[in-house]
Design a protein around this ligand. Structure first.
Ligand SMILES: *Cc1c(COP(=O)(O)O)cnc(C)c1O
Length: 379
């Protein structure tokens, strides 16, 4: 069912928006509690990079903080600065770590770097040494060991280098050592266990520290894949953390587009660019004010349904930049009015199904949802 019309109203004085992202903050909080319960022997952080996967960094982070989440991960220092302005007390780790010369920015906003390379460790150590001589409180950091992504983090050789040169960490206060699983979405994949074994072998050469392993899927898969601090992202936002089993999470996000025009179409007319859909018998087309510029994938033209007042209708023709067309021939005329919301992603049309039809994953759909959509929060 679509939400009541007043829930889709936007704040007074804002220009009208034809696309609305409805974010259920209570469902977000329940997903957080579910993950925290699944990782009962770990602390549960939240990954809020990329504007909290497109949902809105500050609103999402404040709601999670209210739920008891004290530790957040972002990708970049700019995201960290933005989050700091919303949450004064939270602990914020930046996954990329400081670029050269950026250490002062981390200090100024109390951002904790994830140290991914030997040069980052060296620069951060020098910064901490200077800061402590100036009497500044020690800034905390985390260490990342790469065990199977070949992406970010210390390689095996880097880890041995750090282990053999204890002075590198002399001035660095480390909270934990982390690694990231490549195949956590397939819990029985053999790489998961071998990554954890390698992680244990490598970190044994370093000072003893708490660990952080699990992303969303790792968090739900058991303590071996969690570590002392878990880092779920997509599952908080209702995406399926698994690629091989049903989604255990609650729906958080619904995308609605408004009907901006309704037209009678004569037999044999074609709809949209490229004339890829023909209305053999004619009928009714509703034009919806959301297109690929809003993050609705162009691939979904002629491939995915939408929902008009509880009724499934096909998206027909190609998706345009700002609009898409739905065939509403079978919809009772009283349900067809200008401004009516059309559900494009949400309950009847699950995020994961949309992602699958578009040939991608929920993460990419969510982070692609455009700045032009108004974001509406319910709690
Ligand atoms: C993005 C990210 C996560 C969160 O992953 P999800 O699959 O969205 O839960 C955790 N850890 C690291 C290092 C990440 O980059």
């Amino acid at each position: 069912m679509p939400p009541p019309a007043q829930e889709l109203r936007i704040a007074d004085g804002e220009p009208a928006s034809n696309g609305v992202l409805r974010v259920d903050l209570s469902a977000l909080a329940r997903n957080y509690r579910h993950l925290r319960t699944a990782a009962a022997h770990s602390r549960c952080a939240a990954v809020v990079k990329a504007n909290a996967y497109g949902l809105g960094l500050k609103r999402v982070a404040r709601r999670l903080h209210r739920e008891g989440c004290e530790t957040f991960f972002v990708a970049t220092s700019a995201e960290g600065i933005s989050l700091r302005s919303a949450l004064d007390r939270a602990t914020i780790y930046v996954l990329a770590g400081p670029s050269s010369g950026e250490e002062e920015v981390y200090a100024a906003h109390r951002l904790c770097p994830v140290l991914n390379s030997v040069p980052q460790i060296v620069a951060w150590g020098q910064h901490c040494d200077r800061a402590s001589r100036d009497g500044a409180p020690p800034l905390h950091a985390a260490l990342h060991i790469d065990t199977g992504m070949e992406r970010l983090g210390l390689s095996r050789a880097d880890t041995m280098d750090v282990a053999a040169n204890a002075h590198l960490l002399e001035h660095v206060t480390l909270d934990f050592v982390m690694t990231h699983l490549a195949c956590a979405d397939e819990p029985s994949h053999e790489l998961n266990a071998s990554q954890v074994r390698l992680f244990d072998n490598l970190r044994a050469h370093l000072p003893a520290l708490p660990t952080s392993i699990g992303n969303s899927a790792g968090t739900l898969t058991g303590h071996y894949f969690q570590g002392d601090l878990v880092r779920p992202g997509i599952a908080l936002y209702g995406g399926n953390p698994y690629s091989d089993r049903p989604n255990p999470m609650e729906v958080v996000v619904q995308l609605f587009g408004r009907i901006i025009q309704i037209r009678q179409v004569s037999p044999m007319s074609t709809v949209g660019y490229g004339a890829t859909f023909r209305m053999e018998k004619g009928g009714m087309i509703a034009t919806v004010g959301v297109g690929y510029a809003d993050g609705y994938p162009r691939k979904l033209g002629n491939a995915c349904p939408a929902v008009v007042n509880g009724r499934l209708v096909p998206v027909v023709g190609r998706v345009s930049m700002d609009t898409l067309a739905v065939d509403v021939t079978g919809v009772p005329p009283e349900d067809l009015r200008i401004g009516a919301p059309v559900e494009l992603i949400g309950r009847a049309i699950a995020l994961d199904r949309v992602a699958q039809l578009a040939g991608t994953i929920a993460n990419e759909i969510l982070t692609g949802l455009g700045a032009r959509l108004s974001r509406f929060y319910v709690d």
